[in-house]
Write a protein that binds this ligand. Structure first.
Ligand code: HEM
Length: 195
């Protein structure tokens, strides 16, 4: 299937493993710590006009945590953690993943990016049950190419169904950083992306 490749962020110089969708120029990037922790860092990159960008940590849309990001009408980053048992609008997931938006997120009017730390994000009940931290893992990816969530500063906003949705592979061993905590600190301290 579609494979992620190493990609270094020009803004922060943190290197991720990223799946890039060339038609829409949207990227889904990941970075993992050394084994024994239950977290990861992720980055979504897209043209400013893209409506929302999301993943499924377990591949399928159903029964796995979905982490959806976008920038609101003031170019500020918003993250929404959701789940659904069916192919239907996902609802807020109030247990499990603890997501923190990191610096360098936002929109400059041309590009948007949502960078986040996801703690308690590598195992869950149902779906794929977790992320394979020792090799190839299948992530789901989805986006609405044009329409932002209706109430754009509200993480619980109604949003339109994706215009693209599929799955890609990523080798989580390749995506491990020996400097994970330094990379995290760099991203925490990065200035927001603003117009
Ligand atoms: C796939 C419906 C929102 C992630 C699908 C499919 C349907 C569907 C019918 C399978 C066929 C296809 O590929 O189009 C919906 C509806 C939504 C919605 C009605 C209402 C808003 C979302 C959101 C995410 C998401 C917010 C978040 C990331 C995915 C992914 C797939 C997918 C990753 C491909 C993997 C799979 O087939 O399970 N969706 N979706 N969806 N959806 Fe959604």
């Amino acid at each position: 299937g579609q494979q992620a490749a190493r990609w270094c962020d020009g803004l922060t110089s943190v290197c991720f493993w990223r799946f890039h969708e060339p038609t829409l120029d949207i990227g889904w990037g990941y970075l993992f710590p050394q084994p024994g922790r239950n977290e990861l860092i992720a980055i979504y990159t897209a043209p400013a006009g893209v409506g929302w960008i999301g993943n499924s940590l377990g591949g399928s849309m159903r029964a796995n945590p979905l982490i959806i990001g976008w920038t609101d009408e003031s170019s500020k980053p918003v993250i929404s953690v959701r789940s659904t048992a069916n192919y239907a609008p996902p609802q807020l997931l109030r247990t499990g993943p603890k997501v923190t938006i990191l610096g360098s997120s936002g929109s400059n009017g041309t590009h948007q990016r949502i960078v986040y730390r996801c703690e308690n994000c590598t195992t869950w009940t149902g779906g794929s049950g977790g992320i394979n931290l020792n090799g190839n893992h299948v992530f789901g990816y989805a986006s609405h190419a044009a329409i932002k969530p209706i109430d754009s500063s509200n993480p619980d906003s109604t949003l339109y169904q994706h215009t693209i949705a599929s799955m890609h592979q990523l080798n989580t061993v390749n995506a491990r950083s020996a400097d994970y905590d330094a990379d995290l600190a760099k991203l925490v301290n990065a200035a927001p992306l603003v117009p």
